[in-house]
Write a protein that binds this ligand. Sequence first.
Ligand code: HEC
Ligand code: HEC
Length: 354
Amino acid sequence: MNQLGKPFLQIISLLLGLLALATALVAMVGGIVLISSAGIQLPSLKNTNPETSLQTEVAEVKPKYLEDPAGMWVAPDWSKVELEPNAEEIKYGRDLIANTAEYLGPNGKVRKMSNGLNCQNCHLQAGTVPLGNNYSAVASTYPKVRSRSGKSEDIPKRINDCFERSLNGGTLESDSKEMIAMVAYMNWVGKDVPKGEKPKGVGLYEVPLLDRAADPEKGKSIYINQCQSCHGPEGQGLAKQDGSGYIYPPLWGSNSYNQGAGLFRLSRFAGYVRANMPLGATFENPLISDEEAWDVAAYVNSMERPSKDLSQDWPDISKKPMDHPFGPYSDSFPEVQHKFGPFKPITEAKSKSE
Ligand code: HEC
Ligand code: HEC
């Protein structure tokens, strides 16, 4: 070994040692990541009581979804629509529901008759999403008597209800090309549901009632943290450059749904949001809790929005839903409780009187 060789060799073996150490570290970290992504619980150091540690493990393993996906309604296959004799109508109907503002909004190319929302902003993916306010049971359950009007309503009447309330606009004639197309589309969406039935996953998720009133103050911070980035600091949404509608629809203010709309009821808003918002949430992968859904509903529905003459609604006041925020009522709870809750005393009083 010469004078230069010795330190050189020492450096080499040092480097080799370091390399081995680094490899071992990478392997360890990789192993941990693998184990945790495979869903295996690493032992927790905190919990020493075997009973409670078992409970927390069960809670963590439990899937997040709001309802068991087994047997959930699935919309018919859109790629087969061409097989229908009225395929052109159905396709126009879907287009109207997805891009309502473009056809019928403030600058609509067919008619100017609504506020710039699309039906699909609330009836997600043209009403085909389980618990996304879908149209699965429209064909199977209409015409039906609705207690809001006290009358029998057919599909065109129900569609016009959403135009006048959720889209704060006018109505379409039953024999207009647009109405015929939307009805054709809804009949197609619900074609596999037997008459009179409502499939699993119809409409909206029913959020369990809280023991307290929903709190607009708590809702405000949820809004700021989870909703404002898209729906805007003033709830105004984000309009498209060409004025043909919205990228992010408004949640309050003059271009939003009016006080007669379904979403103005806290339970409808909370149910929609719990399973579908912030954007990306689904019933299988919800992103906010029950409480957050109620509180953010209370905040948004405390803000300014268009009013509507509701004097003809709920002719039988005993049929008003627990969260219809305008009296008179057949019970003695005040308007503020019918708006924010707590709702349990209201539903309990109702079930006793029936
Ligand atoms: C701002 C939200 C919103 C918009 C926009 C909206 N709707 Fe609705 N719609 C609702 C809510 C909420 C309900 C009631 C859901 C419930 O009570 O479970 C509803 C119910 C319906 C129903 C009855 C569903 C059933 O199973 O009974 C039909 C049909 C309907 N909407 C059609 C439309 C059409 C067509 C448009 C566009 C012109 C539209 N909606 C736009 C919120 C909206
Ligand atoms: C990443 C953007 C984004 C975030 C964050 C978000 N939303 Fe939305 N929201 C949307 C979009 C986009 C739609 C319309 C969906 C469609 O047309 O498919 C929508 C629709 C809605 C609607 C129905 C349409 C209307 O204007 O009335 C409500 C209600 C709503 N969001 C509430 C919320 C709430 C409450 C939060 C926070 C918990 C939230 N959103 C967070 C993007 C977002």
